[in-house]
Design a binder for this molecule. Structure first.
Ligand code: DGP
Length: 109
């Protein structure tokens, strides 16, 4: 997608601190962290949201959860909150599916 910021990060047109990548996923710190650990895990294939990902690429979603756990083990104490904002009214601003992996401190309920 020409105007997708995460597609540009994935191909290296926008520099980012890549923390992890494999053939399906890439992970990098959120530009505006809300906790000590705030990492985005992003499928390399452009799809708009997690519902479409689950329907069309369930193995990528399964991998994403596994990678999120590994990142939480590496960058926090293994605990993490996994957030998929889905739709503009609940805060999705980038319409390329991504998981927020948040933790590294005690979070409010
Ligand atoms: P959401 O609001 O759920 O669509 O989350 C989008 C997140 O993406 C938001 O927390 C900020 C982050 N973000 C937007 N642009 C960039 C960028 O260029 N680099 C990085 N690292 N994060 C970005």
């Amino acid at each position: 997608m020409n105007d997708c910021i995460f597609c540009k990060i994935i191909v290296g047109d926008i520099p980012s601190n890549i923390l992890y990548q494999d053939e399906l996923l890439v992970a990098f710190p959120d530009l505006n962290p809300t906790a000590k650990m705030h990492i985005l895990v992003v499928p390399k294939n452009h799809q708009a949201n997690v519902s479409i990902l689950a329907a069309e690429n369930p193995k990528t979603l399964q991998r994403l959860v596994s990678v999120s756990q590994n990142l939480a083990n590496q960058f926090a104490n293994g605990d993490y909150r996994l957030i998929f904002n889905t739709g503009s009214t609940v805060g999705q601003s980038v319409f390329h599916v991504h998981a927020h992996v948040v933790g590294g401190e005690t979070l409010p309920e």
